[in-house]
Design a protein around this ligand. Structure first.
Ligand SMILES: Nc1ncnc2c1ncn2[C@@H]1O[C@H](COP(=O)(O)OP(=O)(O)OP(=O)(O)O)[C@@H](O)[C@H]1O
Ligand SMILES: [Mg+2]
Length: 258
C-alpha cells in the first residue's frame, strides 16, 4: 500500500522576535487523521510555532510543508489547506453570528445558503443565534463559532490554539467530540492545551515544548511509561500514581514562567 503523505512537515523551524529566539530548531510531522497536541508552559513558544505554520509570522529559518505545499514557495496553496482558530479570536462584536459566518464563507469562497448556515449553527448548538450579535455570546459560545468558522472550507489541517480554555465541562466534552468528528471526516488536527486531561483524552501524540524547544514527542501513554521509573523526572513518591502532569512537570520544572 502506498504510504499517505504527511499533512504537515515542520523542519528546523526558528522564530525570532527581534533578538529574542522564541522557537528553536523545531521539527515535527503530522500524519493524516492524527490529533497532535502541543503542550508547554506559558511562553514556551506554542502560539509562535502555530503562527509560523499558519503563515502569519515569517520564520527566520526552517521549512513548513502543508499538504505537500511549501509555505514559502506556494503560500496560497498551503494556506488554503489550513483552518485556523487563534488563541484570542475577536470578530466584530456588533456583527450578527449569521453575518460573520456568511462573511467568512465569502472570504473562503464557500457557498452558504440558509439551510447550510442553519446546519452549522445546529452543529454547534447555537441554532437560535443567527441574529444575535457576536458580542452578546458567552466566551464558550464565541469559541464554538470560531471553530465552526475555522472549518468552513473543509481544510485538511485544523490548527486550534487553546480551543478549550475557558469552556465549561459540557462545552469542553462537546469540543472533544467535534474534534473526533473532524478526524473521522479526514481532517488532521493540531491543538495547544494546558490540560493534561485533554491531552490524554484526545491526542494521539503530543510534543512537550519549553523555552522554544521540543523536549519530547510521543503518545501520552508512552511518555508515562518511559518516565515512570526515571528518578530525574518523576519523584519516587509519585511513581505509583504517575500522570502525564507528573511527566510534564518533571521535564519542564516547577518554576512559574515570567
Ligand atoms: N509579538 C511578540 N513580540 C515579542 N515577543 C513575543 C511576541 N509574541 C510572543 N513573544 C514571546 O515569545 C515567547 C513565546 O510566546 P508564545 O506566545 O509563542 O508562547 P505560548 O507557548 O503560546 O504561551 P501561552 O501558553 O502563554 O499562550 C514568549 O517569551 C513571548 O513573550
Ligand atoms: Mg499561546
Amino acid at each position: 500500500m502506498q504510504e499517505q503523505m504527511n499533512v504537515l512537515e515542520v523542519t528546523g523551524l526558528n522564530v525570532y522576535y527581534g533578538s529574542f529566539h522564541a522557537v528553536k530548531d523545531i521539527s515535527f510531522t503530522l500524519r493524516p487523521g492524527e490529533i497532535f497536541g502541543l503542550l508547554g508552559p506559558n511562553g514556551a513558544g506554542k502560539t509562535s510555532t502555530l503562527s509560523a505554520v499558519e503563515g502569519l509570522l515569517k520564520p527566520r529559518s526552517g521549512t513548513i510543508v502543508v499538504a505537500g505545499f511549501d509555505m514559502k514557495e506556494k503560500p496560497r496553496h498551503a494556506r488554503a489547506a489550513l483552518g485556523v482558530q487563534l488563541q484570542f479570536t475577536s470578530f466584530q462584536p456588533e456583527l450578527k453570528v449569521g453575518e460573520i459566518i456568511q462573511l467568512y464563507a465569502g472570504i473562503y469562497g464557500v457557498a452558504m445558503p440558509a439551510d447550510k448556515l442553519a446546519g452549522i449553527l445546529q452543529s454547534i448548538k447555537l441554532e437560535d443565534a443567527a441574529d444575535k450579535k457576536f458580542g452578546q455570546l458567552s466566551g464558550g459560545q464565541q469559541q464554538r463559532v470560531s471553530l465552526a468558522i475555522a472549518t468552513l472550507h473543509n481544510p485538511t489541517l485544523v490548527l486550534l490554539d487553546e480551543p478549550t480554555s475557558g469552556l465549561d465541562p459540557q462545552s469542553r466534552r462537546q469540543l472533544w467530540e467535534r474534534m473526533e468528528v473532524l478526524r473521522e471526516k479526514g481532517h488532521t488536527i493540531i491543538l495547544t492545551t494546558h490540560s493534561m486531561e485533554e491531552a490524554e483524552a484526545v491526542c494521539d501524540r503530543i510534543a512537550i515544548i519549553d523555552h522554544g524547544a521540543i523536549l519530547v514527542i510521543d503518545t501520552p501513554q508512552s511518555l508515562i511509561d518511559t518516565y515512570r521509573e526515571n528518578p530525574a523526572v518523576v519523584s519516587a513518591s509519585r511513581r505509583g500514581k504517575i500522570t502525564l502532569e507528573d511527566v510534564f512537570i518533571g521535564l519542564t520544572g516547577e518554576t512559574i514562567r515570567s
